[in-house]
Design a protein around this ligand. Structure first.
Ligand code: AMP
Length: 116
């Protein structure tokens, strides 16, 4: 199902209207490198369909959600050393700044806990 928001930055990346460093693509997802990387590997995995967050994606399209999670794992396995962090900032107070669902795949360095 094609659901897009013409004003959404990540929908424009999905459409190819804004360039991105693409890592992988599937029927349901696109993965590309974050412009402001926070780790040696920092890839964003997003659904093609516009949904504001992972919860709404899971409710609307379980198949796309599973594909997104599988893609995150594949990227982390290809680029990491077995350890990675998969982050879905959800809501402005959780530092979500782009309101098109995206998982941050972070790998390639040691990480602290708790996150800030
Ligand atoms: P969040 O704060 O969780 O909403 O994450 C949004 C992420 O998108 C940030 O890490 C940004 O660096 C990243 N970002 C913003 N614009 C672009 C872009 N054009 N291409 C790649 N990454 C981007």
């Amino acid at each position: 199902m094609s659901v897009t928001d013409p004003d959404c930055l990540f929908c424009k990346i999905v459409a190819g209207d804004i360039p991105a460093d693409i890592v992988s693509e599937t029927e349901h997802t696109v993965a590309f490198r974050d412009v402001n990387p926070q780790a040696p590997t920092h890839v964003l995995v997003i659904p093609r369909r516009h949904e504001p967050n992972i919860g709404s994606l899971a409710a609307a399209d379980p198949e796309a959600t599973i594909t997104l999670l599988a893609e995150a794992r594949s990227i982390a396995e290809a680029e990491g050393n077995g350890s990675y962090r998969l982050v879905f900032n959800t809501g402005a107070d959780a530092h979500q700044t782009v309101f098109h669902c995206h998982g941050h795949v972070l790998a390639g360095r040691s990480m602290a806990w708790p996150p800030g």
